[in-house]
Design a protein around this ligand. Structure first.
Ligand code: ADP
Length: 167
């Protein structure tokens, strides 16, 4: 009798990307990057990097809550928080891609250095850059925080779903 040995099905490697940032708070510009990156990856982890030397406007709990709310209908997006090196965090998540956004040449110069350093620390990690959509180039969490602190209305810079959740 001929016994045919069947090869086990190849497990498709998950393409996992980490989108690291402070997200203090997440803006319409960040959201656009995640949405545009979704077709490229099986999973995107929006990861809040915690730096003990940095002062934040929104607590970590609040920032996580905003991410949960924003991506609740998107099964490919997870959110998390981490401390320490981003390259190490990517290893723990088995992520081979790092997502970043570019708004300007200043962003490029800064991001280039970080991407090259991350490559030294974690040679399998590729940084993938998305050029900001022109209508979002001027938007940053810093600007949003400044408006909120000064009692202005920052809603136009926030993803629609979050407009009632951020003062
Ligand atoms: P960080 O604290 O590391 O600067 P941010 O939360 O400010 O993190 O930003 C995370 C990433 O999102 C960075 O790569 C930044 O360049 C990108 N980003 C921020 N705002 C925008 C925007 N309006 N359009 C495109 N990318 C953006």
């Amino acid at each position: 009798m001929l016994v045919q040995l069947q090869k086990p099905p190849k497990l498709k490697k998950m393409r996992i990307a980490v989108f690291p940032g402070s997200f203090d708070p997440i803006t319409i510009g960040h959201y656009d990057i995640v949405k545009r990156a979704l077709p490229l990856f099986d999973k995107i982890i929006v990861a809040i990097g915690q730096n003990s030397n940095k002062k934040y406007l929104f607590s970590l709990e609040k920032r996580l809550e905003l991410l949960t709310e924003l991506f609740q209908d998107e099964p490919k997006v997870e959110r998390n928080a981490y401390s320490g090196l981003t390259a190490d965090y990517c290893r723990t998540e088995n992520a081979k891609y790092l997502l970043r956004g570019l708004r300007s040449s200043a962003d490029f110069e800064y991001e280039k250095t970080i991407a090259q350093l991350n490559k030294d620390l974690h040679p399998d990690l590729e940084t993938v850059f998305f050029v900001s959509a022109p209508q979002y180039t001027h938007i940053s969490s810093t600007i949003v925080r400044e408006i909120i602190i000064n009692n202005g209305d920052a809603t136009q810079f926030l993803p629609e779903k979050l407009r009632n959740l951020i003062a």
